[in-house]
Design a protein around this ligand. Structure first.
Ligand code: NI
Length: 134
């Protein structure tokens, strides 16, 4: 089994905020992160499989890039996650929930390989998601 990881950068804004709570409760829970602010993100998508004997490749990188961009990055890049990404209208757009979102968008959608890990870097913070435990 070979693992290949593609890294893609994007920027987005968010606020950590629960609309069912008061402003004060949000401040207590999320601190300064309750204010709208931006991050530089790096997304790592790791796929697993066996390389094709003739091409020597696990996955065509241009195809992988197209899928990741269309399904994920184009929807997140330079967006306000709370407002522009429907799933985050009632899910707090933390790095954890972002990693799960990316997994759910990509899992099963990349031909020939299986999705192994979604890793997101948000400034100095990193989250890994390997899908639901069996
Ligand atoms: Ni933040």
């Amino acid at each position: 089994m070979i693992y290949v990881t593609r890294m893609i950068h994007f920027c987005a804004a968010h606020r950590l905020y629960d609309a069912t709570l008061s402003e004060e409760e949000n401040r207590e829970r999320f601190g300064e992160c309750a204010n709208l602010h931006g991050h530089d993100y790096t997304l790592e998508v790791t796929v697993a499989g066996e390389p094709d004997e003739r091409t020597g490749m696990l996955v065509h990188l241009s195809k992988l890039d197209t899928i990741v961009c269309e399904r994920v990055v184009d929807r997140l890049d330079h967006k306000n996650l709370n407002v522009d990404v429907p799933v985050f209208s009632d899910v707090v757009p933390t790095i954890e929930m972002l990693a799960k979102y990316v997994w759910e968008e990509l899992d099963g959608g990349i031909p020939e390989v299986s999705l192994h890990r979604v890793r997101i870097h948000e400034d100095d913070l990193t989250a890994d998601y390997y899908g639901e435990a069996d």
